[in-house]
Design a protein around this ligand. Sequence first.
Ligand SMILES: *Cc1c(COP(=O)(O)O)cnc(C)c1O
Length: 389
Amino acid sequence: MPSRIKEPIITLSAGPVAAYPSVLRAMSRPIQYDFDSWFQQFYEDVARKSATALRTAEPTLILQVEPAPAIEAAAASLISPDDVVLNLASGVYGKGFGYWSARYNKELVEIEVPYDEAIDPAQVAEAFRKRPDIKIVSLVHHDTPSGTINPAREIGKIVRDHDALLIVDAVSSFGGMDIHPEDCFADIFITGPGKCLGGAPGLTLMAVSDRAWKHIEANPKAPFASVLSLKDWKNAWSKDKPFPFTPSVAEINGLDGALDQYLNEGPEQVWRRHALTARACRAGIKAMGLDLWAKTESIASPTCTAVRVPAGMNDDEIIAAARAGFGVVFSSGRNDTKGKLIRIGHMGPVAEPIYATVAITALGGALRRLGRKVDVAAGVEAAMSVIEG
Ligand SMILES: *Cc1c(COP(=O)(O)O)cnc(C)c1O
């Protein structure tokens, strides 16, 4: 039955994104039987290709769930009843991890900063001074509902120096900027195909260090034969090992296409166009007299620009005006950032500088439709001058 709602023309959401055409082609490949040797070899190849993208030696754990439940599985598997967990919260996802952690940990220690700021590594060092018994630290690299980036490497170094284990949620930054498990000392590093890799949502890529596997094996409460289990999937990458249950073959096909897209274009080039698009977008936002959500521009994400909702205006109305007037999709905030900001995604296929001018025109145009005076031309000009260097 045809929908009465017109499809978007351009999706500039904070993810999932409109996938690359090459991903869609990959997803239309034949659905192979998962016990057949062809598929078992193919799956191993995709797990190895994922590891190439993540720059790790071991084939990547591919979980058959979205990253949100996969992060819950990481908490359930890694955190034992003896563990003191330090949760770092600079946004909605960071805060959310604390609730999962609390189900499994002995004690939760939390550092929370205002959601337009980033975690300061000195706060983490101070936490270890006060509580040398911290065993696990959790960090969201890019807390997407705030569009801000945390200093993962600096924090990771401190965690490793204290011989603790680090979980990093890099779901909306990996593939769009220079972040990899080993550079930030992550013991569990979580990402997915549906954001900067420009793939389809529904899977999770997880890099798990040997230290983390040892901790999981020693955790008497680590789930098995469960959707929250990492152990079940530990060896599933191998063509000689069975799957715990049928993997989503079409999504594995799509992931393969997304990885090829990323590796063939070249990661550095992909990160460059994400960064340039975001920079052009921020220049345009400011030139229209609007404010960025991030307290300092240095922590603003290269994969998603969060714009403060102008005083007296309503985020849903602005987003609806951009959608109705121009067919352009933006994201709102979530939970504590809902109502306060509008998010413009620069992920995967739309991390191209020209989409910065699309975002500026659609956002500025929406504000004008709602009666606010906005200099759209100045915004576009500012974005163009960044693009033209
Ligand atoms: C998108 C995202 C997730 C996963 O959320 P889903 O609801 O599973 O898509 C997790 N963490 C961050 C930071 C994200 O941006």
